[in-house]
Design a protein around this ligand. Structure first.
Ligand SMILES: [Zn+2]
Ligand SMILES: [Zn+2]
Length: 140
């Protein structure tokens, strides 16, 4: 996965707490729940769940962190940051997440599936499967 550094907005302007939460998510190999994040940032002196939730919300607004609805967990954006128009492919075995960028056309096509009785607001698309490392070796 290439990291498009030029997309990263004001990373140096992040607050201390936001910085800790972001680097914790970047180091993680799998999505983390808010409590797993809290566990890991405790060493940095962050010990209150609301502090973690506030930092997460700010980072989500900045497009640097995304929430995986199906897992109630969080991942750092694969590209540093993006507009949040993304789908996710998740390995159900090890939790590896690969971000899939959606363009406006993709998003429109997905929103077009909405039945009339619901006014669409956002699309969440998560694909579950097995990553290369978790797929069983091919039978010979
Ligand atoms: Zn992203
Ligand atoms: Zn896997």
């Amino acid at each position: 996965m290439t990291v498009a550094r030029h997309h990263v907005p004001n990373e140096r302007k992040l607050s201390r707490n936001q910085g800790h939460v972001l680097s914790c998510l970047r180091k993680a190999k799998a999505p983390l729940s808010a409590y797993a994040i809290l566990d890991r940032v405790r060493v940095a002196g962050i010990s209150h769940p609301p502090t973690v939730y506030r930092a997460l919300n700010d980072l989500i607004q900045l497009g640097m962190v995304h929430r995986l609805e199906s897992r109630a967990a969080f991942v750092a954006c694969d590209h540093g940051s993006c507009n949040g128009k993304a789908a996710f492919a998740i390995c159900r075995e090890c939790g590896k997440v690969v971000e899939i960028s959606l363009n406006d056309k993709d998003e429109r096509r997905l929103l077009a599936l909405t039945p009339e009785e619901i006014a669409a607001e956002q699309v969440t698309l998560e694909i579950a499967g097995l990553c290369e490392a978790c797929r069983p070796a091919k039978a010979t």
